[in-house]
Ligand binder design. Structure first.
Ligand code: G4P
Length: 293
């Protein structure tokens, strides 16, 4: 996953910001794609400024991995802020068929505005933006489908830009806007690493796994009981919980010593694959699920 390797140095952020500023002028709406498990941590901190004045569609992606009840609450949270919302599993395509109708609803006024100005048939244009690895390309491919045709460069406004016709009079910028994630706290960094938005090497895997284990012990103890056959005793720390699980799995390094690092990797991989169930890590208005801040 190449995009994960982007290191967000100030220079890269400046470039991404500039590209976004340039592209946003070409579109009627901005579709911001978030990871439904961490809608806050996976938001770009400047998106409201960058997309100012444009109708917005917030796409909660990876709903196949997110807690449905918490996703419902996030939907309400974003709806209250005036955004159109779509829930998708871009990998399987679930929810993708609602993309075009949602965009059409969002841009109904805009279309009437164009028509009133005599610009009948002017295509509505949109772009998809999001942090690396959130599912932008997967969604674009699914939305575009087989019938999609690259429109090629259009004269004038769109120098060098390619548009995909996704429906009559609806064009999508073929390259998504890659934006940097938040780096506001270690907790946010951990959630981004757990969901593969940034490289896990920002922290050592063992610590990441231990902190994640503790988070799950507080929020989803039953998932741990079921998957790893451990009792998530709140008095234990994350490393001790990993050790318990390593014991159950038989991850032995030497007599009486268990392979905590291997267990940390296993936990992260199994979460990634949805084997622990559908678990969200953030609640709206409440900080992270773990701390309930
Ligand atoms: P990007 O353009 O935003 O960088 O993301 P991209 O579409 O490349 O997606 C990143 C990974 O996330 C891809 O997996 C893709 O299949 C997966 N993905 C996208 N949307 C969803 C979704 O709704 N649910 C699930 N479960 N996965 C999704 P990959 O590159 O094959 O790697 P892996 O993460 O599957 O290992």
């Amino acid at each position: 996953m190449e995009t994960m390797n982007i290191q967000w140095f100030p220079g890269h952020m400046t470039k991404a910001r500039r590209m976004m500023e340039e592209n946003v002028k070409l579109v009627d709406a901005v579709c911001e794609i978030l990871d439904a498990r961490i809608p806050n941590a996976s938001r770009n901190p400047e998106i409201d400024k960058l997309a100012a004045g444009k109708p917005r569609l917030v796409i909660l992606n990876r709903i196949d991995l997110a807690d449905p009840e918490i996703t419902r609450r996030w939907r309400q949270y974003f709806e209250k802020q005036g955004f159109a919302i779509l829930e998708t599993d871009a990998k399987s395509g679930k929810g993708v068929k609602d993309f075009v109708p949602a965009v059409r609803r969002l841009l109904a006024d805009k279309q009437r505005e164009y028509e009133a100005k005599g610009q009948v048939g002017r295509p509505l244009r949109l772009m998809i933006v999001g942090i690396p690895n959130v599912g932008k390309s997967t969604l674009i491919n699914k939305v575009a489908g087989r019938k999609a045709a690259i429109a090629g460069d259009m004269p004038g406004v769109t120098r060098g830009k390619q548009w995909i016709h996704i429906d009559a009079g609806l064009d999508l910028l073929d390259t998504p806007g890659i934006l940097w994630p938040k780096f506001e706290s270690q907790e946010v960094g951990e959630m981004l690493a757990i969901t593969n938005a940034i490289k896990a090497e920002v922290l050592d895997k063992e610590t990441l796994g231990a902190n994640f284990m503790l988070r799950l012990a507080k929020m989803y103890p039953d998932a741990l009981k079921e998957r790893y056959r451990i009792e998530p005793d709140p008095a234990l720390n994350g490393f001790e919980l990993l050790e318990q699980a390593a014991k159950k799995r038989g991850f032995l390094v030497s007599r009486g010593e268990y392979d905590i690092e291997r267990m940390a990797n296993t936990l992260l991989n199994e979460y990634h694959d949805g084997k622990l169930g559908r678990l969200s890590l953030e609640l709206p208005d409440a900080g992270s699920v773990e701390t309930g801040e």
